[in-house]
Design a binder for this molecule. Structure first.
Ligand SMILES: [Zn+2]
Ligand SMILES: [Zn+2]
Ligand SMILES: [Zn+2]
Length: 295
């Protein structure tokens, strides 16, 4: 097991030589003319060399990770009342928007617990970079608009309070708390690395290009019936009220096991889908359903 201090020291030493760690542990000296000179290779069973840097392993898992959400739907944010309230009517750049809305976590704080309880932990990815920047994907509900490989995030206020309590360092600020603090401090065990994917390896949560066909096929296979209420949506005027839902919330995971054919009412009952109840389509179908099946 590699002590984390060794990892930090190693990294700082390497960086102070003007050398970067490239893929497969290759050490590359930056020559300043755009070229890199190969100066050696790191070999250590406690380190892994990802496409995006150096990671330290303990007992077979990534040691000390922080968790953060790594995508934001710009379109959705612009309509979401609580996001609007957080933004307080101000217009921010995309990067600043994330700083206001999303934080990174290093303890299993009340925010992470609440997200787990409400079935939304799928939104988190792990990171092990020391410079306080993270991978971020900007989406507009259907498409990947851009990727920011160096998105700055503030630390979560609940996590920061634990830090202050345990270290006595009262003067830390959310906006400039370096994530390297976490990696260098042994008071905080890592958040359990429960199968989270590294942010740099995240697949942007958008629909596959052939999603229309896939969802059409799933509905045909289900006989145009909602799985929950078993009502029939095969009439052309009813088809727009039948949806195809991704059980694991990953819009790109179109395995048969992950798809569920649901009417718009039952779709809106699924975890994290309550916002659907405000859509015209939901209200329209609710009127039709109430009229044909009076309670
Ligand atoms: Zn937190
Ligand atoms: Zn239904
Ligand atoms: Zn859904």
């Amino acid at each position: 097991m590699a002590p984390l201090t060794k990892f930090l020291e190693l990294r700082q030493r390497i960086e102070s030589l003007g050398v970067i760690v490239g893929p497969e542990g290759k050490l590359l000296k930056r020559l300043g003319d755009g070229n890199d000179e190969f100066v050696g290779k790191l070999e250590d069973s406690d380190l892994i060399f990802g496409n995006h840097g150096l990671y330290v392993i303990e007992d077979g898992v990534l040691a000390k990770v922080v968790l953060h959400i790594c995508d934001i739907d710009i379109y959705w944010i612009s309509r979401r009342p609580n996001a609007q309230a957080a933004l307080n009517g101000k217009v921010f750049s995309d990067a600043h928007l994330i700083e206001v809305l999303h934080k990174y976590h290093f303890t299993n704080c009340q925010k992470l617990q609440e997200m787990t309880r409400s079935g939304r932990q799928y939104r988190y990815h792990k990171a092990q970079r020391l410079d306080g920047t993270f991978y971020y994907y900007f989406l507009d509900s259907e498409n990947l608009v851009s990727t920011n490989k160096n998105q700055r995030l503030y630390v979560c206020s609940f996590c920061l309070n634990s830090w202050k309590e345990q270290t006595g360092q009262d003067d830390c600020q959310q906006r400039n708390f370096p994530s390297s603090n976490i990696f260098a401090n042994d008071l905080f065990p890592s958040i359990s690395d429960n199968g989270y994917v590294l942010d740099c390896d995240a697949v942007p949560n958008i629909y596959a290009g052939d999603w229309e066909k896939i969802s059409q096929r799933a509905k045909e296979k289900a006989g145009w019936k909602c799985k929950d209420c078993l009502k029939d949506f095969s009439q052309p005027k009813m088809k727009p009220y039948l949806d195809c839902h991704h059980k694991d919330h990953r819009k790109y995971n179109n395995s048969v096991m992950n798809l569920e054919v649901l009417c718009v009412i039952h779709h809106a009952e699924r975890n994290g889908h309550a916002h659907m109840k405000n859509t015209p389509r939901y209200k329209e179908y609710k009127r039709i359903a109430d009229a044909s099946f009076p309670i």
